[in-house]
Structure formats: C-alpha cells, structure tokens
Design a protein. Structure first.
Length: 287
C-alpha cells in the first residue's frame, strides 16, 4: 500500500514538474521560434511550433530578422546605452550598498533600526508615484538623459542592495571583527580586508539582480529619453520598432531583438553560476 501511494505521489509530482517547466520555458521557446520566421511564416494560421515554409510546409528557419536587428544602428546604440546605465548603476549600488550594509549589519549606533525601516519603506513605493516630481527636478537641473536614468535607477537598486546585503553581513560571525580589532585594525580595514572578501558570493547575487532590474527598466527610460532618441535603452528601443511598410508591426524583429538582449543576461548567469548559487544559499545556515 505504501509503495502504491509512493508511485502515485511520484507520478503526480512528475506531471506537475513537467507542466511547470513547460509553463516557464515555453514563452522563451516561442520567442526564439517567432524570431526565426519570415513575414509570410508569421501570417500562417494556425501558428506553427517551428518555422515552416508556407508552401512546401518544410522546416525552413530564417535569419532575416536578426540581420535586420543587427543592422539597426539605433538598436545597437541602445545596447551601448543599456550597458553604460546598468553597469554604472550596479557598480555604484554595490559600492554604496556594501558600505551601508556593513554599518547597518555590524556597527552599533543610534537609529539603526529606523534607518532599516526607512530603507524597506522606500522599496514599497510604486515608481510611478515619484516619476513626475523627479522628471521636473531633472528638467530644472538640465541633466542629460543617460545621467537621469542612472540617478533615478538608484531609487530602486540602492535600497534593495542595502537591505539584502545587510542580511548577509549579519550572518558573518562577530568574532572576526573582534579579532581584527584586537590586532589593531580600523573599522575600514576590518571591512575591506576581512568581511568584504567573505561577501563576494552575496555581492555577485545582489549585483546580478540589480543589473537585471536596471537592464529591463522601461518606465523611467521612456520618460527621460523622450526628448533624446539617441539615449534610449534597449526596452524603449524595442518598443519603438516600426515596420518597413505602412501599418506593419515587426513581430519577428521584436522577438529577434529580445533574443539578442537576453543573451548577455544568460552569459552572466552562466559565468557567475557557482557564486550565484553560493550567494543564494549563504544565508540558509545560521552562524
């Protein structure tokens, strides 16, 4: 009876796992599938699961959408803009976030809990609620679109980085700091030489999440680059794609561009895979 129940349980678990994997990966598969179809193939009804020739119905993938995207100078320029914006935001957020997390996680001073609650409160505000006021300030100060995006992205990457990194610093044993103080180390030396190397997996994890958030951000980028098309980042550039003929919506090119911009994120995850897993699980064991 127990064996029969276990078989039933395993069967339902396998079915659930298959449905979950299908639900998660099918949109990505459909994106790649659509990016490899021509205009005629996209107009076929019903839609096909693989690129097929609309006459012979043979498997016939096409790279025409990728060629069009990679020849689009505005799209290539938007990739450079996104790399600059997301890279600067991530590095500065990690730098300031690590210092702040060290102070909030290991040092003792008045008002520390209040500061933590304020940081948590900042992450709860919807971004659209501060957009109009922030746009007015930036227009008044005559800040460029790229700089505006970098400064505005700190509103959601910096509180997130500080809050997450603080939890990692709290997990580190205080005996390390006490031993460093006994040896004559200053608080900065204790942070830079002892604690910071131990939090590299956590920094990689937090930095990657902050980079993805800045890389995919659309609302602020659309607002601040509205008067400067050359400053558009990738999400805005893709949204502004137009067809080669009147009333054409370039589904194939949009999907091809989506595949192209997904590759850098995929490469980052693969390169930092070990540190990413270590960072996600570093807080699972109580010190």
């Amino acid at each position: 009876m127990i064996k029969k129940n276990q078989i039933i349980h395993n069967t339902f678990f396998c079915i659930f796992l298959f449905c979950f994997i299908l639900l998660v990966f099918f949109p990505f598969y459909w994106m790649v599938n659509t990016s490899m179809k021509t205009e005629n193939q996209l107009m076929m009804t019903p839609a096909t699961l693989v690129p097929l020739d609309h006459i012979s119905m043979k498997f016939l993938p096409s790279s025409i959408n990728y060629q069009a995207v990679l020849k689009n100078t505005l799209f290539l320029h938007s990739i450079a803009n996104s790399i600059i914006v997301a890279g600067v935001v991530t590095l500065v957020s990690l730098l300031l976030g690590s210092f702040s997390a060290y102070a909030l996680g290991k040092l003792y001073f008045r008002g520390k809990k209040i500061i933590l609650y304020l940081i948590l409160t900042m992450t709860m505000f919807p971004r659209v609620s501060v957009l109009s006021g922030l746009y007015s300030v930036i227009r008044f100060l005559h800040i460029s679109a790229i700089q505006s995006m970098i400064l505005s992205y700190f509103l959601f990457t910096l509180p997130f980085t500080v809050w997450v990194m603080t939890s990692y610093y709290r997990q580190l044993p205080s005996s390390l700091l006490e031993a460093a103080y006994v040896d004559g180390a200053t608080p900065f030396q204790s942070f830079f030489d002892i604690l910071l190397p131990l939090t590299i997996p956590a920094a990689v994890t937090t930095g990657l999440l902050a980079f993805i958030a800045a890389w995919n951000e659309y609302l602020f980028a659309l607002t601040f680059s509205s008067v400067s098309p050359k400053s558009r980042t990738i999400p805005v550039a893709i949204a502004m794609f137009s067809g080669t003929v009147s009333r054409q919506y370039p589904f194939g090119e949009i999907m091809a561009a989506s595949v192209v911009i997904t590759l850098p994120l995929l490469i980052l995850v693969i390169v930092f895979q070990k540190k990413l897993v270590a960072g996600l699980t570093s807080g699972a064991i109580k010190q």
